[in-house]
Design a protein around this ligand. Structure first.
Ligand SMILES: [Zn+2]
Length: 150
């Protein structure tokens, strides 16, 4: 039996090198889900918005209205479209799970300097599909992350 990989297509040939290996991400996710929830974790909101170039940002905050104001002050961008938010009992853990799930499903995890504010925002993702499909997928991921963090 030939076990060589030479004639098989690579699993995900167009993925960016910034996106980590799927198997490693799944192991990280399983380890995180098995861990007990930290006593320091607090309720809050997962949120997401879309920026130009089709990049999506997922973050967390205990005070969503303040976080939106902070983003508008620190990185004001007319192309920023705020989408959904999901309340979670343990939002640190929910965010970590959501980021791993998003990275598993993303095309790219860009880490370039922001053209608006010059900083390097972490945890941005580029995904396959139309905006509507991506938005629904992210919302589903936020709900799953929230339900795994109760
Ligand atoms: Zn920025």
């Amino acid at each position: 039996m030939d076990l060589s990989d030479t004639h098989r297509p690579t699993a995900q040939p167009t993925l960016s090198p910034m996106r980590r290996n799927t198997f490693a991400l799944i192991l990280k996710l399983m380890a995180l889900i098995r861990k007990s929830i930290s006593n320091a974790d607090r309720p809050g909101y997962l949120y997401d918005f879309r920026e130009m170039r089709g990049e999506f940002k997922l973050g967390r905050s205990g005070n969503l209205a303040k976080r939106i104001r902070d983003w508008e002050r620190d990185c004001h961008n007319a192309h920023q479209l705020w989408y959904d938010s999901v309340y979670c009992l343990h939002v640190h853990r929910a965010e970590s799970i959501a980021h791993l799930l998003l990275e598993i499903f993303c095309v790219d995890r860009p880490m370039h300097l922001c053209p608006t504010c010059g900083r390097r925002h972490r945890e941005k993702f580029r995904l396959w599909g139309t905006d509507l499909v991506i938005r629904r997928r992210i919302l589903r991921i936020m709900h799953i992350a929230g339900s795994l963090s109760q």
